[in-house]
Design a protein around this ligand. Sequence first.
Ligand SMILES: C=CC1=C(C)c2cc3[nH]c(cc4nc(cc5[nH]c(cc1n2)c(C)c5CCC(=O)O)C(CCC(=O)O)=C4C)c(C)c3C=C
Ligand SMILES: [Fe+2]
Ligand SMILES: [Fe+2]
Length: 331
Amino acid sequence: MTDPHRATGVLLTNLGTPAAPTPQALRRYLAEFLWDHRVVELPRPLWWLVLNGVILWIRPRRSAAAYQRIWTQQGSPLLTISQQQAARLAERLNEQHSSQFKVALGMRYGQPSIESAYAELETAGCERILVLPLYPQYSAATTASTYDALGAVLRKRRVMPHLRLLRDYHDHPDYISALAASIREYWQQHGRGERLLISFHGIPKRYAERGDPYPIQCERTAQALAKHLDLASEEWQLVFQSRFGPQPWLEPYTDRTLEHLARNGVKRVDLVCPGFAADCLETLEENDMLNHERFLAAGGNEFHYIPCLNDRPDHIDALGEIIKENLAGWL
Ligand SMILES: C=CC1=C(C)c2cc3[nH]c(cc4nc(cc5[nH]c(cc1n2)c(C)c5CCC(=O)O)C(CCC(=O)O)=C4C)c(C)c3C=C
Ligand SMILES: [Fe+2]
Ligand SMILES: [Fe+2]
């Protein structure tokens, strides 16, 4: 029997980030990240040679420089924002429900690990654990990889908890309305561009062709958001960013679309990233810095990056609601 007085555990996860913006820390982080079979689906011997022979010699220095541009006094934005989300969510859940909740944050790569987050919940005596990967859209590269990591932790235990894993929340109405509200607020304060680019992290095209539902979920999120904002079809566009490696990735590419728009006389674009629950390297550096510069260099006048939902109260409320809907029979 489970003890109803014990706290319910919520394990929040995200991708993770290097420990420091240095080549050494990036080497460690990228080695873990890029060795994941879910992320790079190449045969291991070949990939081992390319990764250890080329990529881990070149990429860490380049990526460290990129991280240095976004690093703050508190550390990596992705980590500090995720910690805020976990703290706010714990407050909210414990305010709104009579039973107790414990929220732990675990990162798929780097620290704090999924194992350490799981151990925190275990130590607190949580017999029921709900896992919420903060990826609104499912991909094998992200969500399935998180399930793998959790499985590796559970394999070492004799006693399993009651366990629920949330797969995705790409079309949850509270998530969509929080996104719409954040964009409307941004427009009220900064005016509005001619085009809204809705930009998601890409994946290799081949992964989608093999059945990964990620692009379909991105499309659904973007459609629902555009509908919520009453946008006509020429006022917005779905694009994919953060290409990595030589294979074709999901298109249209964010960077090329920005250049194309600028060359065709579009003066101002706004860009939002609904697939990232928290601002990170791929939003702050790649979009707000690199893609911003690219748009201006191609002849655009104004590029506005609209921040992620981060610790906005409506985001925390949406996550709280998503959790609540998955607690049936537990409280
Ligand atoms: C939001 C969903 C994400 C998907 C899907 C995703 C797929 C994916 N990513 C890579 C390679 C890299 N991604 C990197 C950074 C990064 N990726 C995501 C999210 C998704 N990735 C986030 C939130 C971040 C930022 C982390 C941070 O610390 O701020 C990087 C590392 C940075 C760099 O060196 O440029 C790489 C590499 C692949 C190959 C992939 C799908 C197969
Ligand atoms: Fe990524
Ligand atoms: Fe990137």
